[in-house]
Design a protein around this ligand. Structure first.
Ligand SMILES: [Zn+2]
Length: 143
């Protein structure tokens, strides 16, 4: 007779400590998502990581559902997201993104006051918020 209660209890695998997000986490280079994975070889006995993925083929983004490049958050900000804000947005874009009305600002110096206010608004965002805005503005339309 098989009695479930007689099956010796398995030694539970040590629970993973809650991993904190690193200060400068890896993000998907295409969409900025934090939901990225990489393939690693681990030692079968010790679970020690032997080698990390280097090829794009071994990197995965859950949000893109594709193999994508991964970059450090700081790199994504300085190479992609900040340049997008500075050079990739028009005045209309900024009006929509910030909710500020350029008509409330002095038109002097090519609307410098409005542009400054937008930059101030932008600088008050967290990286997460900036990445979300960048992604919304640059992502291809969902089908
Ligand atoms: Zn992605």
């Amino acid at each position: 007779m098989n009695k479930i209660s007689e099956i010796p209890e398995q030694t539970p695998i040590a629970e993973k400590p809650t991993v904190e997000m690193p200060a400068d986490p890896w993000r998907c280079g295409a969409c900025g998502s934090l939901r990225v994975s990489c393939q690693v070889w681990v030692d079968s006995n010790t679970y020690e990581v032997q080698s990390m993925a280097e090829d794009k083929d071994d990197l995965w983004c859950d949000d893109c559902a594709e193999h994508t490049r991964q970059v450090r958050e700081s790199e994504l900000m300085s190479d992609t997201v900040e340049p997008w804000w500075n050079d990739g947005t028009t005045e209309e874009d900024r009006e929509i993104i910030t909710g500020l009305n350029p008509e409330n600002f002095s038109p002097k110096d090519d609307r410098k006051a409005f542009r400054d206010a937008c930059d101030m608004w932008w600088n008050g965002r967290t990286n997460d918020e900036k990445i979300r805005l960048w992604r919304q503005a640059t992502a291809p339309e969902e089908e």
